[in-house]
Ligand binder design. Structure first.
Ligand SMILES: [Zn+2]
Ligand SMILES: [Zn+2]
Length: 199
């Protein structure tokens, strides 16, 4: 079983069961793909989570495991509000991808762990007693991969990562540099988006 390293908790900020669940998910995807921790820009993760539901800690665990981080533009959410993520590594799979979904059975049983009675009362994870959090984390670790994840291979996955460019221009209004793809023309002059007045 892949347990999160100590620094992961420090990075994440609190102890909770969803960050290590995401770590497991990332590690399992890497094992299936034969991929290592991503040093550069070759490994993409498309989580199907949204906002305003508390399981989003999952994504920190996925980033920690895979190195496919938000900061490297390797993570893009679909905002579908589902506990799933697609792992796409063209180097290993060509056009294929792997989708992992946290099973209904696991979600139903996990929801009954005491940790979530605190969370439903809006108690923040760092304020929940350590033993209650530990029980939730240990319970999660004790479940088998088969029970926790539904695994699907996608034969032809369409995802086009944005092309990187170092080209920048100076905004005619505020004088600050803007990377090219974000320049807007106002009266034929380059503007940054806030100065352009465009939404
Ligand atoms: Zn968390
Ligand atoms: Zn400007």
């Amino acid at each position: 079983m892949d347990m999160v390293p100590e620094w992961a908790w420090e990075f994440h900020g609190h102890h909770c069961p969803f960050m290590p669940l995401g770590y497991r998910m990332g590690k399992l995807a890497m094992k299936e793909l034969g991929a290592g921790h991503e040093p550069d820009h070759g490994f993409f993760v498309i989580p199907e989570l949204g906002i305003g539901h508390p399981q989003t800690c999952l994504m920190d665990g996925i980033q920690i495991a895979t190195g496919a981080t938000y900061g490297k533009s390797l993570m893009e959410k679909t905002f579908w509000g589902k506990l799933a993520a697609v792992f796409y590594h063209p180097q290993y799979l060509g056009k294929g991808a792997l989708r992992l979904y946290v099973t209904n059975q696991f979600q139903d049983e996990f929801g009954k762990v005491e940790f979530f009675t605190y969370r439903k009362k809006k108690v923040e994870p760092s304020k929940i007693p350590d033993n209650v959090t530990k029980e939730a984390v240990d319970w999660m670790y004790a479940q088998s991969d088969d029970k926790v994840f539904k695994l699907d291979w996608i034969g032809d996955y369409k995802f086009t990562p944005a092309r990187g460019s170092f080209n920048k221009v100076k905004c005619a209004k505020c004088g600050e540099y803007v990377f090219e793809r974000y320049v807007r023309l106002v009266d034929n002059e380059p503007n940054c988006i806030p100065c352009s007045g465009y939404k």
